[in-house]
Design a binder for this molecule. Structure first.
Ligand SMILES: [Zn+2]
Length: 157
């Protein structure tokens, strides 16, 4: 199942490759939080509809609500997708980049395993991987002190 999702993700990221924008453009905005080397290998795509895997198996696993949930952004590996109305909102970029760091650090299959199990047992709001991303975007938007996010993720995840 996870391999099937990973295949779908790889296919989706390839499909949008021409439209993706490199996150190195946020270097000044996110200085002290995300190193340039990290931003250089992260991308975002502005889309009218957030792509989501819609496999019946995922619904059988109890993830129907998550699949149907309206979100402003979602991260697949080193690429995240955002809706046009929030594409210029730095806070959402900051949030999704926390997820890029989580994907990077854990690796694709372990990330998906953990994310799915957190959603299943605690729900989206209670999922620690989400809580970490929300805590960070809150910290950033409130002018919090600089923290190297990828290093923090590697230590605290
Ligand atoms: Zn999130």
């Amino acid at each position: 199942m996870l391999n099937q999702i990973e295949q779908w993700i790889d296919q989706t990221n390839i499909e949008f490759k021409e439209q993706r924008v490199c996150c190195s453009q946020f270097f000044d905005d996110f200085e002290g939080f995300y190193p340039l080397s990290f931003l250089k290998q992260a991308y975002f795509v502005v889309v009218d509809k957030i792509p989501k895997p819609n496999f019946p198996e995922l619904r059988q696993m109890g993830l129907g609500d998550f699949i149907d949930m309206e979100v402003d952004g979602i991260t697949y590996k080193n690429t995240y997708y955002v809706l046009p109305h929030i594409a210029s909102n730095l806070r959402i970029h900051f949030h999704e980049l926390v997820h890029v760091a989580q994907w990077n650090y854990l690796g694709a299959v372990p990330f998906m395993e953990r994310y799915i199990s957190e959603i299943q047992t605690l729900g989206y709001e209670g999922a620690p991987l989400e809580k970490m991303a929300y805590a960070f975007d809150h910290h950033f938007s409130n002018g919090g002190e600089k923290i190297d996010v990828p290093s923090y993720v590697a230590q605290k995840i």
